[in-house]
Design a protein around this ligand. Structure first.
Ligand SMILES: *Cc1c(COP(=O)(O)O)cnc(C)c1O
Length: 401
C-alpha cells in the first residue's frame, strides 16, 4: 500500500494537522523520512523520547519482555510492574504507585484520589480543586477542565465542577480563593504547554504552605518535567518543596506509552480495592521498558549531562539571536527550552517550526509565540551543533519571509 500524507486527511479524524513529512526510522537524535531525508530531532516526540530513538537498552528490554509475557490485566500482578514501582518509590518522596497509560490518565487518577481522600478524611464540601491559568494536564474531560485553557474544555457540555483557576506565580490570588473547602491544588512545577514558565521559589514554597494551612493536597503534574527533563530526576527535587501526589508519564517509557501516579501510603489508602482501575495500566511490556529507561536516566552522567547540554543550547540560541534579533528571551530549564519571539514576529512560531522542518530540524511550539525544544537527554553534542546550524538557516529564511 502506498502511504501518503493525503491518506491522513482521508482516514484520520481531523483533530491533528501533522507535518507533510512522514518519518519511517530513527536512531539516537536522527530520524529519516519516506524519501530518506535526514532530520535532527530537537522535539523528542514532545518530551517523550528521553533516550532518543531505538536506544539499545530500551530495544533490549522491549524485545526480551516481548518473548516472555505481554499482558495479564490487574487480576494478577507482574514482576516488571513491581520492580518499576519499587525503583520509583525508592527514588522519590512517594511510598506507593498507581500505573496508567498516559499523562492524562495519571492526572485523572490523582484528581479522583484527592476527591476521595477529602471525602474519607474531611467532608463532602471539601471538594474545590484549584489549578493555574495556561496550565495543561491532559485531555480527559476532568483533566482538561482542570487545565487552564477554557478553549480546550469548552464545547463538550457540562463540565466537572468545583474547579477554579488563578494566575501562575500569583500567591496572593491563590491565597484569596483557598479555604478549608479546598481539596487539592494541581500545578506543573514548570508550565510546559503554557509557555515554559518557571515558578519563583517563594511562590512554590507559598503554595505548599497554603496547602498545609488548609489541609489541601498538593499535586505536582510532572508529566513533562519528570524523568530528568530539567536536570534532576523530578523537578520538585530542585524546589525545596515536596508534593503529596505526583504524576509522571511522557519520558517515563522513553516512547512506550505508560504513566504513573505516586503518593504516600497514608493518602493512597483512599484508593482502596475497586475505587479506580485500568485494563492496561502496569502491563509487563510497558513496565519493562520504563524500568530500563529509568535505570538509564537516573544516573549522574545523564542528569549532569542535561545541565551541560542546556548550556550548549542557550549559547547557540543566544548567538543566533545576536545575529538576527528574533527572540525576546530563551526560557525554560534543562532540556525543556523555549525561544520566545519578540514583538516583530508575534504569532509566527508555527511558521518558524515549518521553516525548521524544511531545513531538516524537528522542533516544537508552545503557543503562538514560542519555539520549544525537548530533545533526547543524551543528544550528542555534535547533533546539538548540527541542529543549531540548521536552526540558524531556518531563522535566516524566516526573518526574510
Ligand atoms: C503532555 C502532558 C499531559 C498529558 O499527557 P498525555 O500522555 O498526552 O495524556 C499532562 N500534563 C502535562 C504537564 C503534560 O505536558
Amino acid at each position: 500500500m502506498q502511504v501518503t500524507r493525503e491518506l491522513f486527511n482521508e482516514v484520520m479524524v481531523p483533530n491533528y494537522a501533522p507535518s507533510n513529512i512522514i518519518p519511517v526510522r530513527g536512531a539516537g537524535s536522527r530520524v529519516w523520512d519516506q524519501s530518506n531525508n535526514e532530520l535532527i530531532d530537537f522535539a523528542g516526540g514532545i518530551a517523550v523520547n528521553c533516550l532518543g530513538h531505538c536506544h539499545p537498552a530500551l530495544v533490549k528490554a522491549l524485545t526480551d519482555q516481548a518473548q516472555k509475557l505481554w499482558h495479564l490485566s490487574n487480576v494478577m500482578t507482574n514482576e516488571p510492574a513491581l520492580r518499576l514501582a519499587k525503583k520509583l518509590t525508592d527514588a522519590t518522596f512517594a511510598d506507593q504507585v498507581y500505573f496508567a497509560n498516559s499523562g492524562a490518565e495519571s492526572n485523572e487518577a490523582a484528581l479522583k484520589l484527592a476527591r476521595r481522600w477529602a471525602l474519607d478524611n474531611h467532608s463532602e464540601s471539601k471538594n474545590q480543586i484549584i489549578a493555574f491559568k495556561q496550565g495543561f494536564h491532559g485531555r480527559t474531560f476532568f483533566t482538561v477542565t482542570v487545565g487552564g485553557q477554557a478553549a480546550y474544555s469548552d464545547g463538550f457540555g457540562p463540565k466537572p465542577g468545583a474547579i477554579e483557576h488563578v494566575d501562575y506565580n500569583d500567591l496572593a490570588a491563590l491565597s484569596t480563593i483557598m479555604s478549608d473547602n479546598t481539596c487539592a491544588v494541581m500545578i506543573e512545577p514548570l508550565q510546559g504547554e503554557g509557555g515554559l514558565v518557571s515558578p519563583t521559589n517563594d511562590f512554590m514554597k507559598g503554595v505548599r504552605q497554603l496547602c498545609n494551612q488548609h489541609n489541601a493536597l498538593l499535586i505536582f503534574d510532572e508529566v513533562q518535567t519528570g524523568v530528568g527533563r530539567l536536570g534532576s530526576l523530578y523537578a520538585y527535587m530542585d524546589l525545596d518543596v515536596t508534593p503529596d501526589i505526583m504524576t509522571t508519564a511522557k519520558a517515563l517509557g522513553g516512547g512506550f506509552p505508560i504513566g504513573a501516579m505516586l503518593t504516600t501510603k497514608d493518602i493512597a489508602k483512599s484508593l482502596k480495592a475497586g475505587t479506580h482501575g485500568s485494563t492496561y495500566g502496569g502491563n509487563p511490556l510497558g513496565c519493562a521498558v520504563a524500568e530500563a529507561a529509568f535505570d538509564t536516566v537516573n544516573t549522574p552522567e545523564v542528569l549532569d549531562g542535561v545541565k551541560a547540554k542546556e548550556k550548549l543550547f542557550r549559547a547557540g540560541l543566544d548567538a543566533i539571536n545576536l545575529k538576527y534579533d528574533v527572540f525576546s528571551e530563551v526560557r525554560g530549564k534543562g532540556l525543556l527550552l523555549g525561544a520566545v519571539l519578540n514583538s516583530k514576529y508575534q504569532g509566527r512560531a508555527r511558521d518558524l517550526m515549518v521553516a525548521c522542518a524544511n531545513e531538516g530540524l524537528m522542533a516544537l511550539i508552545a503557543g503562538a509565540n514560542i519555539v520549544r525544544f525537548a530533545p533526547s537527554l543524551i543528544i550528542p553534542d555534535e547533533d546539538i551543533a548540527e541542529g543549531l546550524a540548521r536552526f540558524e538557516k531556518a531563522v535566516a529564511g524566516f526573518v526574510n519571509l
